[in-house]
Design a protein around this ligand. Structure first.
Ligand code: ARG
Length: 459
């Protein structure tokens, strides 16, 4: 008989049993569910809502069930629908009458919301650790390559020279924001909904703050209807996941490009590459491609839940059961991608010579040539025009700006002097960009130090 079977005259169609049962995936919440029940039962006993000795037996029974699940001794039943009823049913089977008092003043609606909050809090902390590991890797690559010059791109056309350190620190900033988004998400996950009941609270004198303290929550929810139907904290986690996957995907795209024969900026480690079943020469960046591909799937998780939620009236509706697979999948995918990506990045070999050579083609010093004229008094718009004509000339002659003789340069503007060669060398192009946030090694060192200080300040 079902735990809710009292008002039914007929058994559920087996198709329906199978269709609405969530135990196949929500068994993953057993730890949260049991911890929540232990806290609830403890409070019920303390408040005298159920006899203290029943509370004690419930708590002990739940601890035993937890141990048995962890030891692989428990077989969950599809028939018992979800993790909440599976645990309750097991408890009643094991301890009898007292077990029937556990669900006093509680509904599965606030119970499942509680489990979700607890799950997201844990997921946030776990993901933050992985982000920290990745940020450490970025800092150490940056520290090693402060003066490794490489081309910076816009429109995937060579634009201005930067350094590998500067490029890596750009990604550091992105992952730092991902970390901070999680810090923010944590605040909303850290709100305890139990006591909301099915939707309208309860008449029992529950001590909600006590339950929150027992479970390590900082706050309790302030509206019972919102308490059971809020899934924002899950959406926030999935939004953070989607944005961060987008960052990983962009980074992967660069790794894929950079490892192509056309770029040859990096050599992926054998341990993070795969071969072809037909072409013997191939070494493919499959790991990076797969992360790029999985990004779409995490967006799908977010979109799926947003869409499931958009039309449902207050308060709880069964549509909400769809939250879990999306959340679990986003969490699993994001964390796995962070882990593997970090391994790949740690082992990649940068071909610094190819990068530096790449920085010298494509007129990456053209802006600096214009700035040179500006520093000698020419208005920028005019300098832009002069250097533009020089570039066109060089393209016809198949030369770089630095290949032009001073006489040739003077034909474009008499302002040019011998010091132009030093001023538009790659080294100067990078070293003189000393604006805060710029690629000059001293500025990148500053940003590494600032980043390291921020990391050290994290718990
Ligand atoms: N398995 C349900 C879920 O995941 C638990 C809450 C069910 N509540 C209900 N009244 N059917 O959302």
């Amino acid at each position: 008989m079902k735990l809710w079977g009292g008002r039914f005259e007929k058994a559920t169609d087996s198709m329906v049993d199978d269709f609405h049962s969530s135990i196949s995936f929500d068994q993953r919440l057993y730890k949260q569910d049991i911890a929540g029940s232990i806290a609830h039962a403890t409070m019920l006993g303390e408040q005298g809502i159920i006899p203290q000795q029943d509370a004690d037996r419930i708590v002990q029974g739940l601890k035993d069930i937890l141990a048995d699940i962890q030891a692989g001794k428990v077989q969950f039943e599809t028939d018992a629908e979800d993790i909440h009823m599976n645990v309750e049913k097991l408890l009643i089977e094991r301890i009898g009458e007292p077990g029937k008092r556990l669900h006093t003043g509680r509904s599965r609606n606030d119970q499942v919301a509680l489990d979700g909050h607890m799950y997201v809090k844990e997921a946030v902390l776990q993901t933050q650790d992985l982000l920290k590991d990745l940020m450490h890797t970025l800092l150490s690559i940056a520290q090693k390559h402060l003066t490794t010059i490489m081309p910076g791109y816009t429109h995937l056309q060579k634009a201005q020279p930067v350094t590998l350190a500067h490029h890596m620190m750009a990604y550091f900033q992105m992952f730092r924001r991902d970390y901070q988004r999680l810090q923010d998400c944590f605040k909303r996950a850290d709100v305890m909904p139990l006591g909301s009941g099915a939707l309208a609270g309860t008449t029992y004198p529950l001590d909600r703050s006590r339950v929150a303290r027992l479970l390590g929550f900082s706050e309790i929810s302030q509206n019972s209807m919102d308490g059971v139907s809020d899934r924002d904290f899950m959406l926030e986690y999935m939004s953070a996941a989607s944005i961060s996957m987008m960052h990983l995907s962009r980074f992967c795209e660069e790794m894929i490009l950079w490892s192509s024969h056309e770029f040859r900026f990096v050599e992926m480690d054998d341990a993070f590459s795969t071969g072809s079943s037909i072409m013997p020469q191939k070494k493919n960046p499959d790991v990076a491609e797969l992360i790029r591909g999985k990004t779409g799937r995490v967006y799908g998780d977010l979109m799926g839940l947003l869409t499931a939620l958009k039309g449902i009236p207050l308060a709880y509706n069964k549509d909400m059961q769809e939250d879990k697979e999306a959340l679990f999948d986003a969490h699993d995918t994001w964390t796995k991608c962070l882990l593997v990506f970090n391994g790949m990045l740690k082992s990649v070999r940068f071909r610094t010579g190819v990068m530096e050579k790449g920085a010298s083609g494509g007129f990456t010093n053209a802006t600096d040539a214009a700035d040179y004229l500006v520093k000698k008094g020419m208005p920028f718009r005019q300098a832009h025009e002069v250097v533009g004509r020089m570039v066109l000339h060089c393209i016809h002659e198949d030369k770089a700006l630095l290949d032009l003789s001073l006489e040739e340069m003077k034909e474009f503007s008499p302002i040019f002097e011998a010091d132009v060669y030093e001023a538009i060398s790659l080294l100067s192009c990078v070293n003189l960009r000393k604006v805060v946030g710029g690629p000059a090694p001293e500025m990148v060192q500053r940003s590494i130090d600032e980043a390291q200080g921020w990391m050290d300040g994290l718990k």
